[in-house]
Design a protein around this ligand. Structure first.
Ligand code: HEC
Length: 111
């Protein structure tokens, strides 16, 4: 009995660690990116669409991750029609950035 309870606790903590570690790209997108890029990545008056965007379709995850991490503002801006730039996501971990970029690639291919 004691052994059974113990293995139950171990199994539960392993399962918990698993979910805590897997970065959820969709949840990160919703929390940190959708206010500017739109809930489904359709774009807003503030930022370009991700759906159908060739940059996301054609660039590697690393290339896109670099823009997310370092931002793209001032003279480096590609879309002059938007007043603001892409803010650098300095507090995001590399794993979270990779997860959200993976999700954005999915959104881009929807259109
Ligand atoms: C405050 C508004 C804002 C937020 C929040 C924001 N972005 Fe952006 N993003 C922009 C703007 C504006 C641009 C266009 C920059 C330019 O002119 O090159 C952009 C551009 C980009 C680009 C380059 C797109 C292209 O076509 O070249 C990527 C990649 C990107 N954003 C990813 C993200 C991710 C991932 C998040 C969430 C972690 C995010 N953005 C959150 C405003 C935002």
């Amino acid at each position: 009995m004691r052994k059974l309870v113990l293995s139950g606790i171990i199994a539960a903590s392993v399962a918990f660690a698993g979910t805590a570690m897997a970065a959820d790209g969709a949840a990160i997108f919703k929390a940190k990116c959708s206010p500017c890029h739109g809930p489904a990545g359709e774009g807003t008056a503030m930022a370009p669409a991700i759906q159908g965007n060739d940059f996301f379709k054609k660039s590697s995850v690393d290339e896109i991750a670099k823009v997310v991490k370092n931002g793209r503002e001032g003279a480096a801006k590609k879309y002059k029609q938007f007043a603001i730039g892409m803010p650098a996501q300095k507090t995001m971990s590399d794993d979270d950035i990779k997860a959200v970029v993976g999700y954005e690639k999915e959104l881009a291919n929807k259109k």
